[in-house]
Write a protein that binds this ligand. Structure first.
Ligand code: SF4
Length: 352
């Protein structure tokens, strides 16, 4: 409580200093120049788990291809997933597409944080970002950057209610900024920008920080001890098998789209099925390792050179279709899982 009183007392000058700093120092980003609901929503979904530098060109291309929510809703899911190729975490593309259809069907964009939470793929952080940046509402946000800044300024240690306390502080501060005359959009983006540019995980640049005089961790010389480290992750080990059906004459291989309802649905990958007996000669195998959220996946991929007759049969039986496709080594731009892409590189090196 004492800390809350202190922050409220000093808070006005801190939040205004931060907002003014942002206006001077902010990066020029394509979604900032025209912060419509559609553009902010798409950018926030892309920025989940992906860095600004990677998102930037993807965002501009995506906007050229789907300039409005109606254009996105009217496209097929495959086209949206294809446009997402290279960004990874494809469930984001599918949720965006489903969300666009729901928004068009509802006759317009949600106008509150709570209503945005109903849109597929939108969680508390994204809903707060859209409501504050595009709608100007004093709603809090909390991502990794904001967590670090707040944890340091307030010297908040990790405990059972660490996140909840941070959310409360983020809410209190954005409302204070709003009452003090700073826009919630500017204040929230300023917090994120401070975390991204100045208050870095290691060696924060406190000398350039607009809230240095309010920062408790700095006053105590313990900046890098906040936020305290998370307990180590509990990993789940998974093993999977794939088979490369290779036509050595054309150097093409067969891929299939993962069916709906399964992990990696809609993404292309090598086949789970091995060629039948006598159809192919085994060239070798590659073992690759992938990390997805809490899963450590070991993938063993067998590489098979199809016999000429089997190849002709396979070509006939598996000609280009909705769910199977022959591709060559230049066709790595398909919407494949990160595991497929990494395995493709390893396979290419083996058959080169
Ligand atoms: S003073 Fe340093 S540790 Fe504190 S918020 Fe600023 S950059 Fe981060």
């Amino acid at each position: 409580m004492a800390r809350q009183v202190q922050v409220t007392k000093n808070g006005t000058s801190a939040v205004l200093a931060l907002a003014q700093w942002f206006e001077r120092q902010k990066r020029v980003l394509p979604w900032r120049s025209e912060p419509t609901l559609y553009r902010v929503w798409v950018s926030e979904i892309m920025l989940q788990q992906t860095q600004v530098v990677t998102v930037r060109p993807f965002f501009e291309r995506f906007m050229e291809r789907f300039p409005t929510v109606e254009a996105l809703a009217g496209a097929g899911e495959d086209a949206v997933v294809e446009a997402w190729a290279g960004l990874g975490y494809y469930s984001r593309a599918r949720n965006l597409h489903r969300g666009a259809r729901a928004i068009v069907e509802a006759g317009g964009f949600p106008q509150t944080r709570e209503a945005w939470l109903e849109v597929p793929g939108v969680g508390p952080y994204t809903a707060g970002a859209i409501a504050s940046i595009a709608l100007g509402k004093p709603e809090p946000i909390l991502d990794g950057n904001v967590e670090r800044v707040l944890s340091r300024v307030l010297m908040l240690g990790r405990g059972p209610r660490f996140k909840l306390r941070l959310w409360r502080w983020a809410g209190l501060l954005v409302r204070l900024a709003h009452r003090s005359g700073a826009s919630p959009s500017v204040f929230n983006q300023a917090l994120m920008e401070l975390g991204a540019l100045v208050c870095s995980p290691k060696s924060p640049d406190c000398a350039s920080c607009p809230v240095a005089t309010h920062c408790m961790a700095r006053q105590n010389g313990v900046q890098e001890q906040y936020p305290p480290k998370k307990p180590p992750k509990q990993w789940i080990a998974l093993e999977e098998q794939r088979h490369v059906w290779l036509d050595t004459a054309t150097r093409r291989w067969l891929i299939e789209k993962q069916p709906q309802g399964r992990w990696r649905a809609g993404l292309w990958d090598f086949l789970e099925e091995a060629p039948g007996a006598g159809m192919a000669r085994r060239l070798g195998e590659v073992v690759t390792r992938h990390v997805v959220t809490r899963h450590k996946i070991t993938r063993t991929t067998q590489i098979w050179a199809l016999s000429r007759s089997a190849c002709a049969d396979a070509l006939g039986a598996h000609a280009q279709s909705e769910s199977r496709r022959w591709v060559d080594s230049n066709d790595l731009g398909v919407a494949g899982s990160s595991a497929y892409k990494r395995t493709s590189q390893a396979v290419l090196e083996l058959v080169r």
